[in-house]
Design a protein around this ligand. Structure first.
Ligand code: ADP
Length: 350
């Protein structure tokens, strides 16, 4: 008999210790008997032999545990901790029957990440709508003016139509960028596997952005290896990545400055780098630069025709290619954006 009780308790304990989710088993006094590794990570102060109520001092949680310990059954509550930072959990409290004395099992589900994702989704929809609404309001305003007060004013009509075209183009760019972003995200889990010559792409970019560079009197310098440098890639996406980075360097770099584009081979890797000698970016902005719609200077970005999505697209392309993006900048001394991608390995090689 004693043997069975011991073995049951041991089984329960090893069961809890094997759980992936944060879980803790309590005795009838609320003392922790067994913890899963996830629980130790979630509440570092909690150990076996300690009273849970002393570590998680939440009256609602402790009332719910008492209720379940007394009446059996189960309860689910949500707990929000604000210190040291905001975290939210859903806690399921259940009485365990048939394990000798009454035991209570608590399992935790971390809601923080889910809430962050939900908040990002809501923010994204709000931001995208706001970005579209501004040019749309301006377009409608001009249409009304042209239908009303400026109906017979030829000069005003020409001027307004030019502005309306600008606003229409801005909306089109925004919708294009939103669609590209969503297409890249949809394919995020399928890494591209076609060999693409990274060294061959920048020439095309330099040609297509030559006019823009000339307008800002920027000199584009290109360093590429003579040999092809293959990466498993999606050529259109890599073209887009390079174009966005070079375009930013021209737009936000120095008027009359120099933009250096380099493709280099590394150990099992290949990199694409763009450096400008413009005003650079203050360190506090660097971690947020690849967020959708994040801009250092909103007016300057709009002025330059920016949608605020260019670097978000770059980041997602790099991630889909299983690579990484580094951004280095010292205010006043330009910025360097570098995409590092794995090299193409022919099947059976290595
Ligand atoms: P945008 O459409 O505004 O250009 P991006 O996502 O491409 O959007 O860039 C986000 C912001 O990062 C820009 O608005 C700009 O403030 C900053 N930025 C990007 N590249 C550079 C650069 N080379 N030098 C300085 N600032 C830059």
């Amino acid at each position: 008999m004693v043997d069975t009780v011991i073995s049951e308790a041991t089984t329960t304990r090893s069961l809890i210790e094997a759980l992936g989710a944060p879980a803790v088993l309590l005795d009838e006094q609320g003392v922790a008997l067994a913890l899963s590794p996830g629980m130790r990570a979630l509440v570092p102060g909690l150990e076996t032999g300690k009273l849970l109520a002393l570590v998680l001092r939440d009256p609602d949680l402790n009332d719910a545990i008492d209720d379940v310990a007394r009446d059996g059954g189960s309860k689910t509550i949500e707990l929000v901790e604000r210190v040291p930072f905001e975290r939210a959990y859903r806690i399921h409290i259940a009485a365990l029957e048939g394990v000798g004395r009454r035991r209570t099992l608590l399992t935790f589900q971390d809601l923080s990440e889910q809430r962050v994702i939900e908040r990002m989704r809501v923010d994204f929809v709000a931001n995208a709508s706001h970005e579209l609404r501004t040019p749309l309001a301006s377009l409608l305003g001009f249409v009304e003016t042209l239908q009303g007060p400026a109906r017979n004013d030829e000069r005003a009509r020409e001027r307004f139509l030019a502005i309306m075209r600008e606003q229409g183009l801005r909306m089109a760019r925004l919708v294009d960028d939103l669609l590209s972003l969503s297409r890249i995200e949809q394919r995020a889990h399928v890494a591209p596997d076609t060999p693409v010559d990274l060294a061959g792409i920048p020439r095309e970019i330099v040609d297509s952005l030559a006019l823009m560079a000339r307008e800002r009197e920027v000199t584009l310098t290109l360093h590429t290896p003579r040999e092809p440098l293959q990466v498993p890639g999606d050529r259109d996406e890599l073209l887009r990545l390079m174009e966005n980075l070079v375009e930013n360097a021209i737009k936000y770099g120095k008027q009359g400055g120099e933009v250096t584009i380099a493709v280099e081979a590394g150990d099992g890797e290949a990199s694409f780098q763009v450096r400008d000698d413009g005003p650079g970016i203050a360190p506090e902005h660097l971690p947020r630069l690849t967020e959708r719609f994040y801009r250092v200077d909103t007016a300057a970005s709009r002025e330059a025709g920016g949608t605020g999505l260019g670097l978000a697209i770059v980041k997602h392309i790099v991630l889909r290619h299983r690579g990484r993006l580094t951004i280095e900048s010292k205010p006043g001394a330009g910025a360097t954006f570098k995409a590092i991608l794995p090299r193409f390995q022919a099947a059976g090689a290595g």
